[in-house]
Structure formats: C-alpha cells, structure tokens
Ligand binder design. Sequence first.
Ligand SMILES: *[C@@H]1O[C@H](CO)[C@@H](O)[C@H](O)[C@H]1NC(C)=O
Ligand SMILES: *[C@@H]1O[C@H](CO)[C@@H](O)[C@H](O)[C@H]1NC(C)=O
Ligand SMILES: *[C@@H]1O[C@H](CO)[C@@H](O)[C@H](O)[C@H]1NC(C)=O
Ligand SMILES: *[C@@H]1O[C@H](CO)[C@@H](O)[C@H](O)[C@H]1NC(C)=O
Ligand SMILES: *[C@@H]1O[C@H](CO)[C@@H](O)[C@H](O)[C@H]1NC(C)=O
Length: 474
Amino acid sequence: MHNLVLFLALSISSVWAAPMCSLRAASKSPSSASPTGGIDNGNGKGGGGGGGGSTNNTLPTDVVATTWYAGWHASKFPLNKVSWKKYTSVTYAFALTTPDSATISLPDASDEALLPQFVQTAHQNNVKAILTIGGWTGSIYFSTAVGSEANRTAFAKACVDLVKKYDLDGLDFDWEYPGKQGLGCNIVNPNDSDNFLAFLKTLRADPTMTNLMITAATSILPFVGTDGSPKSDVSEFAKVFDWIAIMNYDVWGSWSSSVGPNAPLNDTCSPSPQGSAVSAVKAWTAAGFPAGQLVLGVAAYGHSFFVSQTTAFATSSSDSSMSVSPNPSGTKAIAAYPAFDSHVQPQGDSWDEIAPAGVDQCGNPTDGGPSGVYNFWGLIEDGLLTSNGTAASGMGFRRDTCSQTPYVYNSAKQTMVSYDDPESFAAKGRFINEAGLLGFAMWEAAGDSNDMLLDSIENAMQLQQVGDDECILY
Ligand SMILES: *[C@@H]1O[C@H](CO)[C@@H](O)[C@H](O)[C@H]1NC(C)=O
Ligand SMILES: *[C@@H]1O[C@H](CO)[C@@H](O)[C@H](O)[C@H]1NC(C)=O
Ligand SMILES: *[C@@H]1O[C@H](CO)[C@@H](O)[C@H](O)[C@H]1NC(C)=O
Ligand SMILES: *[C@@H]1O[C@H](CO)[C@@H](O)[C@H](O)[C@H]1NC(C)=O
Ligand SMILES: *[C@@H]1O[C@H](CO)[C@@H](O)[C@H](O)[C@H]1NC(C)=O
C-alpha cells in the first residue's frame, strides 16, 4: 500500500528530473563504494551515476534489476518483448568456452546475427548489455582457460575482443562450477577458484574493462578451495566483480529425494535444509563477500514431479510439523515434501522439448525425454494457475511458510510443480532490501507472464522508474 502511494505520487509530480529513464532504489542511501571505482549499476556507461551525468544525478542508481535473455528462445520471445525499461541490465545467454583458451564461441550463426541486435536494442533503451560465458553446458573448458598464466592472458584477450566486437557493457561468467563438477565432463582442477581469481584480475586490468561490468552467476555456496569445500574468504573476488548473482534455484528438482522448493527464500526453518536465499547470503557474507554486491537470482519457472494422487494430498500426519499458509478457496491442500516417481518425468510447458534418446553433451548414452520445466506463463497456459497467477480452482496447492514458495498439483496429470509466483517474488524483494542486497537477477526474461513476477519484485523493492516523460511507471 505504501509503495503504491509512493508510485502514484511520483508519477504525478515527476519531480525526479533525470536525463533518461533509469531505475532507482527508493529507500537506499548513497552507498556501495566499489573497489573497482564506483559500481554504476544504472544506465549510464562508465562509472559516474546513471544516465550520462549532465543534469541532476545526486542519487546513485545503486540497484541491479537484471535478467538473462536466452538467445535460443528468440523466435518465441523476440527482443521487442523484453520489458527493457524495467531492467538496469540484460545479459545474453550464452557464449561457450572451447578447447582453445584463446577462443570463445557463440553456439549458432543465429547468435552472431542476434547479439548485435540485442546490444543495439539494450542501448536504445539505455540498458546495459552483458554477455554471459558458460552456463550448464558451456563450462567444460573454463578450467584450462584459466589454468596457466599464458592461458589466462589468451582467454582475457578473447573476452576483450568479444566486448569490442559487440560493443558490450560487460561480461558475466557463469562457470558451473570452479573446482566442482557440474555437467559431468567439465575439466576440473582443485586450483580452479584461485586460477579464476587470477584470470579476473588480468581481465580487470585490461584498459577496456576498467569501467565495464564483470559479473558472475554463482552457486548458493561460495567458491570452493583446493579441498573442494567453500572457501572461508572470498573477499578478493569482490574486488574484481561488480556483483555476483547467486543462482538460488534448482535447489530441489528431479534429482532430489522428494518434491521440494525450486527456489526457497528460507531453509533454516525447513525439515530438510538444502540451501536458500537466506542461507546463501549468510554463507557468502560470512566468507567476506559484501551483501551490497550480492544479487539474488530468482526463478520465473518451476520444476515438475510425477506424484500419485494417493501421496499428493495433505493428511494430518504428514503435515503436522509443517507450517503452511491458508489455501486459496477451491484448492485442496497438498502434502509437504511428498515422494515422487523419478522414472516418470512429466512434460513441462509448451516450450519443453522432448529430447531424443541418444548421447548427452558429454557423449554418454541418454534416454532423452522432457526437462519438466514450467515457465510461469506455462502454468497459466496449462490451466494450473489462473491468469492472475493464483492456483486454479480444483488444483492442489500449498505455500509453505519456510521456503515461502508455492506448489500446485494437477490431479488429472499427477503432476506437481514447485514454482514461484507474484507473492513469493514479493517476499524475495522485501528480503533483498532487508538484507541490503544489490538487487535481483531473473532467469529468464521469457518466463514471466505480463510482468506479474517482475512488477511484484520491483514493487516490493520499492524501485522507481525515473526519467523523462516516456518513462512508464507501473
Ligand atoms: C537535485 O536533486 C536534489 C534532490 O532531489 C534537489 O534538492 C535539487 O534541487 C536538484 N538540483 C537540480 C539542479 O535540479
Ligand atoms: C592451456 O590451454 C590449452 C588449450 O588452449 C590446454 O590444452 C592446456 O591444457 C591449458 N593449460 C592448462 C595448464 O590448463
Ligand atoms: C595447484 O597449484 C599449486 C601451487 O601453484 C601447484 O603446485 C599445483 O601443481 C597445482 N595443481 C594442479 C592440479 O594444477
Ligand atoms: C528464516 O527462518 C528463520 C528460522 O525460522 C527465521 O528466524 C528467519 O526470520 C527467517 N528469515 C526469513 C527472511 O524469512
Ligand atoms: C485471481 O483470480 C481468481 C479467479 O480468477 C480470483 O478468485 C481471485 O480473486 C483473483 N485474485 C486477485 C488477487 O485478483
């Protein structure tokens, strides 16, 4: 309520005369001195406040509202569908590591055509254009690329060449994960994290990169040391990164022992803690990474599980220990952490392709099948949720008060989905402010429905769009 009044007051008076549209955190005081000479997370290029600095820019644009744009979804979600004005930066996914440390590749010729359009559109909207390198399937050769001084120099040159070629405002490193196996066939070296840091210092020292953004998408736990355990001190990384986005999702999924929250806000209150925004922020800050340089990764999607009707619904015994929010009318309470059949992966939304049997990225035989991922819009399209994002009548539903995320169950399809909705995004937005984080990063831009999630988290963070008459307040 308070936020809404604030928005209306601003839209009417337009007292904030910034030269261009930008996003600003309403309640933050000027802060976050960056070791790299001023984090400018606003929309100006370079280090000094948003928008080019010609008029009144006394308040820093000290917030990150960002998302990843998946190039492979461009035909279904073209660039003009991105709500550019609601972001400070958008990151294009993915460029890939290759066996040659001096080469970073784009997966397809279509990316080579699309990336320049992406950058141009971002810049027309006064939004920073970042390119991310790596991802789940693109991290195979990070270890060797940073494995020696000669390789680090060659890899940094390849990075700078990309930045120059595409006029990027920064690079994001989505290494999943330094010193830890991800995909299954990544090269892994116990020295990965130290080598990564040495590489980042080399990259930051390049004059081209001085005022550009260097960011990372990270695990919920800090980078690991040579012993494979999270390092107790990662503060050196904060000197080279502008910020890191903690990928607080895929915490539970088809690989888990039961249904659980994809993207829990909290888990310290959970009967089975597996990580959450609360514990991730605690772990990173305890290892010396400043909260003000942490961005919370949030999920505009959920994971589906095949759950029989006999185990799906709450019984007093299965749920007595679990706190749960009251169910919306017309929905039936579902069980906490029910078992699922791991041999049956339901298909997700209409974008979920059934991969053919064959060999996986690592060359190992695979049965193929769907991923089971449901974008938020897909839950609406499939009728599990209403158009306003609430559970549809007749569905099973649960919102546990610990993860503060919802579950919905379609009995007919025996499909349970752990996902995020506007209410869970609002809770995460409030947490971002309370914990003093820098902002949010949403995977992926195409997952939302009518900006319900995006607007919810930005409202909860009390973000204001400021600028000229073309700025639209929402
Ligand atoms: C700049 O902004 C401050 C704070 O909003 C305001 O007090 C001041 O009058 C503005 N100055 C100009 C030149 O607009
Ligand atoms: C350096 O990179 C090359 C490929 O460009 C790779 O073959 C070699 O193993 C790397 N060296 C280290 C120490 O990782
Ligand atoms: C890790 O780094 C140490 C110290 O530089 C070095 O002695 C060791 O050979 C490295 N290990 C590997 C596997 O590269
Ligand atoms: C997380 O759970 C703990 C333990 O129940 C509680 O004290 C804390 O306030 C919760 N934090 C958030 C942000 O929900
Ligand atoms: C969402 O839609 C449902 C059914 O269409 C309705 O009952 C509910 O009141 C709506 N909720 C909000 C917040 O508008």
